[in-house]
Design a protein around this ligand. Structure first.
Ligand SMILES: Cc1cc2nc3c(=O)[nH]c(=O)nc-3n(C[C@H](O)[C@H](O)[C@H](O)COP(=O)(O)OP(=O)(O)OC[C@H]3O[C@@H](n4cnc5c(N)ncnc54)[C@H](O)[C@@H]3O)c2cc1C
Length: 488
């Protein structure tokens, strides 16, 4: 997103998460074939001492520990396509075929998400009717979705409003909030359905009913009939963890194109004939003809507050939630539960500290040594905002209390690792896409300024890759006048 700019010589990307890295790599692909003298210089500046942003994999105790994301979806092709271009397709691994299902915590016990259930509604009758997750009245209320009229206005709606309207309160509390809350760590009363799960609005518009739509789609797709919750068959990772993706990009970029420990303080109109000056915390000023803000929107707002107050105030409206990920390794024999799934989510009405827990060593092969189990507990999100203020001992105490409750594990973990992600998950609130349009429109009057990353049109890794690549392609188009989109 940005206006056309004059022939640039220097491009500065602020933020070395996957969006900033994907932007830098795409620029290299696009300009790489040009003679060196006519190539713009590209510099990525990162405040931290490592690249990858929330993607971080650590190897310890023979485990592959994911501190942030552990996988990405293949249905959005930008992730697998990037792996292909980087030459790491042979390192992409699928989820374990055997246990592609999730559990939901309900009154202290774990229940499988009924087969065929997709986020908020059943795609198959029998598993839904037999599920102890819902009361008979709750089930009747959900089935009323088949007969309720479609909404006649096409405006945005919160997840809570949509689910209450079509499927009832039980569907919201017991399944939609924890499953979608798990993905977006969000408050369902504020989460925009159009920006996060437009498919459900489309199902209502096309079939007049979410259930009818899901059933009709699943009858055409025999694989998704067996899965429940998320479509686990469509998720992949890398053999040595998500860090492989980050390292593969970094290995393709010249070391002079990336600077660590270089926090940007401000982006201000250029003072030495260039469009912008990027002012570092150290006091250094980098001249730039093009700047890509690949940080969170709030950080971006602070950076441009002196350059354009209107843009800063729109960016500042994209809220973010904090979370903590706690990796715990146990002896398999210490866990009573069969671990015959990929993990569980916990509804807010359970009043637990956990929002979810992944069975990492079940989900992907090779994540823990033989006889051991690796779990990943998630705490925080929009409904539990103070998580990052808790110390490691307290986060561990809360995780272990809930793991004892749901998995029957009271033994000491062999090993633990706590990772905090303050304000790292953007919250797409109702009308989010209108806000993104306003940001795009404001950027169109600021030559050479672009944004990329999770704050705008998708929080998943493929979305962030795509946003970085699109910023690179717009820059290329503005410089050369030609268009070269990645063909996904
Ligand atoms: C705990 C967690 C689990 C997740 N799990 C999944 C998953 O399994 N699958 C999936 O698809 N998605 C997942 N996501 C979402 C996805 O990982 C993120 O949306 C995505 O990685 C964000 O990438 P980004 O580049 O936009 O931002 P970030 O990764 O946040 O990168 C922004 C970078 O900007 C840097 N920065 C900030 N301020 C400055 C400054 N002033 N100067 C210079 N640099 C600065 C930061 O240090 C950071 O490196 C998860 C997210 C979280 C938080």
């Amino acid at each position: 997103m940005s206006a056309s700019s004059p022939q640039p010589g220097k491009i500065v990307i602020i933020g070395g998460g996957i969006a900033g890295l994907a932007c830098a790599y795409r620029l290299q692909e696009l300009f790489g074939s040009q003679p060196e003298s006519s190539r713009p210089s590209v510099l990525l500046v990162e405040s931290g001492n490592r690249l990858g942003g929330v993607i971080q994999t650590i190897r310890e105790h023979e485990c592959i520990l994911e501190c942030g994301p552990d996988s990405f979806i293949t249905q959005k092709p930008a992730g697998v396509n990037l792996c292909h271009r980087l030459g790491i397709t042979d390192r992409v691994v699928s989820t374990n075929e055997k246990f592609r299902r999730a559990f939901i915590a309900f009154r202290g016990k774990l229940h499988p998400v009924p087969e065929g259930f997709m986020m908020m509604a059943p795609g198959r009758w029998w598993p839904f009717v037999m599920s102890p997750l819902f009361s008979p009245i709750g089930k009747i209320r959900m089935a009323m979705d088949l007969f309720l009229p479609r909404r006649d206005n096409s405006g945005d709606e919160s997840l809570a409003d949509f689910v209450q309207r079509r499927l009832g309160q039980e569907a919201l509390e017991r399944i939609a909030q924890p499953l979608l809350g798990g993905v977006y760590t969000a408050d369902p009363a504020k989460l925009s359905l159009r920006a996060t799960m437009p498919r459900f609005l489309e199902l209502e518009a096309k079939y007049g009913s979410v259930i009818k739509g899901l059933m009709s789609e699943q009858s055409e797709n025999s694989v998704s009939r067996k899965e429940s919750g998320a479509r686990y068959g469509s998720f992949v990772s890398l053999d040595d963890g998500m860090q492989v993706l980050v390292d593969a990009i970094v290995a393709k970029l010249p070391s002079t194109a990336m600077r660590l420990n270089s926090a940007v303080l401000q982006v201000v109109p250029g003072s030495r004939g260039s469009e912008w000056d990027v002012v570092l915390e150290s006091g250094e000023r980098l001249s730039a003809d093009v700047v890509v803000l690949a940080t969170s929107a709030k950080v971006g707002a602070g950076l441009v507050s002196g350059a354009d107050a209107a843009l800063a105030s729109e960016l500042a409206r994209v809220e973010s939630a904090s979370s903590a990920v706690i990796n715990l390794m146990y002896n398999r024999d210490d866990i009573a539960h069969r671990l015959d799934g990929f993990g569980f989510v916990v509804p807010a009405v359970e009043s637990s500290s956990l929002i979810a827990c992944s069975f990492s060593s079940v989900k992907f092969a090779g994540r823990a040594p033989y006889g051991k189990v690796l779990l990943r507990a998630f705490i925080g999100g929009a409904l539990n905002p103070h998580v990052c203020a808790l110390d490691d001992d307290e986060l561990l105490r809360l995780s272990r209390r809930d793991l004892r409750r749901y998995l029957g594990v009271s033994a000491e973990p062999i090993f633990t690792l706590v990772s905090r992600w303050p304000r790292s998950m953007p919250q797409y609130q109702v009308e989010h896409l209108d806000l993104v349009e306003k940001i795009a429109s404001r950027l169109s009057s600021l030559p050479g300024l672009y944004v990329a990353g999770s704050a705008y049109r998708g929080v998943g890794i493929p979305d962030c890759i795509q946003s970085g690549e699109q910023a690179a392609e717009s820059i290329y188009e503005n410089i050369t006048g030609s268009i070269k989109p990645v063909v996904y």
